[in-house]
Design a binder for this molecule. Structure first.
Ligand code: UD1
Length: 379
């Protein structure tokens, strides 16, 4: 029997691990333990995703919660160590680039347990991003590096990773999206937001998400972005599911005036929403005319959905979304945001190609490599 243990912690981990959980279930000689670090604990950031994705209740929840980076990372390490000692997995699987990813990987390798990193090799080359630090460190200590796009392979080779440990397998987040796209289309969200037109599709609208500390924690930057988007939103409603970090800051910086009151706005303005579940958010994005975001994963999802995406950052660790898809890196200058958005809205919607291997089959490729590596295929 092969024992594997996967770790999730924050919202963008859940849709990456779901296809892996499904895949590993197919093999009776694999036993799999799912650990939730508790980095995200709100129902809207965690529980809803388990329900939408049909993920099993985690075998272990470390209930770590929020804290400074050091406190959160250290606490996850302290709490996962006895779990690893007791379960004795042959390999630990970590996904993405959140604090839970590096905390679990570091604890495992120090116990002599090897680590596979899913979504390895992405680099923004901006070390002020906590995720960039997490990505580089996790890759440096992982034995198997599963990569989503060609740039990741180049980055890992440049950093000295052995070629035989690097596997370009495609994108598990896209496996999840393709699996759920049809069921998401039946979500009531568009009707609830008054966007469905009788028999003729949807009213045009935009979607905004913001949660990166560099945008959400800086009063001037947050105001610049909200003022540009509110100008755009005078013509076209922009729905804004708000991350708790950003919501808190909008309130404490006194920026609430940029948000519309959904009941009185007459269908325009920046319309604030609570964080949405996976299916509602997929449905909302799928039919959007334009998405403005500072998220990494949404750049990938819009690429596959063929929805124009304006990334409100100075860099991306996912250049395939720009080379192959609909993504543009716009930065945070309000004039530039407005000009780029207006230019997108003037053009008729276009079709975009998708990056190689973003075909819904990344998890089976990962499963096959894991089995080969761990000797299951010989047994
Ligand atoms: C984390 C990840 C980020 C990812 C994002 C998705 C790191 C370094 N950052 O950022 O890469 O894109 O998740 O959301 O791992 N909070 C709640 N409820 C929760 C969790 C957090 O209200 O369930 C609030 C708390 O005030 C907390 C703050 O959000 O202090 C930040 O949470 P944290 O987990 O530190 O980072 P995120 O900003 O969510």
């Amino acid at each position: 029997m092969i024992r594997l243990l996967s770790v999730v912690g924050a919202r963008p981990n859940f849709m990456k691990v779901a296809p892996i959980v499904d895949e590993l279930k197919k093999f009776p000689d694999i036993e799999h333990c799912l650990v939730h670090s508790g980095q995200h604990y709100d129902e809207l950031l965690s529980g809803n995703f388990f329900a939408d994705l049909g993920l099993p209740t985690p075998d272990v929840n470390l209930n770590t919660g929020s804290g400074s980076h050091a406190v959160q990372t250290a606490e996850i390490m302290k709490r996962i160590e006895p779990v690893l000692i007791e379960y004795k997995p042959q390999m630990v699987l970590v996904v993405g680039d959140v604090n839970s990813t590096i905390a679990a990987a570091l604890t495992a390798v120090k116990l002599g347990i090897s680590v596979a990193h899913i979504e390895a090799g992405l680099r923004s080359f901006d070390t002020t991003m906590p995720e960039e630090i997490n990505r580089k460190l996790t890759d440096a200590i992982s034995s198997l590096l599963f990569v989503t796009e060609a740039s990741g392979v180049e980055n890992l080779k440049r950093e000295g990773a052995a070629a035989e440990n690097i596997f370009l397998v495609g994108n598990v987040m896209i496996d999840c999206l393709l699996k759920h796209r049809e069921v998401a289309a039946r979500s009531p969200i568009l009707a609830r937001l008054g966007l469905r037109r009788n028999g003729s599709g949807c009213r045009p609208y935009g979607v905004l998400t913001l949660h990166r500390p560099s945008n959400a924690d800086n009063p001037k930057t947050l105001e610049d972005i909200l003022s540009a988007v509110s100008e755009l939103a005078a013509d076209l409603p922009v729905f804004f599911p708000i991350h708790p970090r950003t919501r808190k800051n909008i309130e404490s910086f006194g920026l609430g005036r940029y948000l519309a009151n959904a009941d009185t706005a007459g269908g325009v303005g920046i319309i604030p929403l609570d964080p949405l579940g996976y299916l509602d958010f997929l449905s909302l994005n799928d039919k959007a005319r334009l998405v403005l975001t500072d998220s990494g994963g949404i750049q990938e999802e819009t690429t596959v959905l063929g929805v124009p995406c304006l990334t409100l950052r100075e860099s991306t660790e996912r250049p395939a979304t720009v080379d192959h898809g609909s993504n543009q890196i716009i930065g945070i200058d309000p004039k530039r945001i407005l000009a780029a958005a207006r230019s997108v809205l003037q053009k008729p919607p276009q079709k975009f190609p998708t990056p190689p291997l973003w075909d819904g089959k990344a998890a089976p490729r990962i499963g096959a490599i894991l089995r080969q590596h761990l000797g299951a295929d010989r047994g």
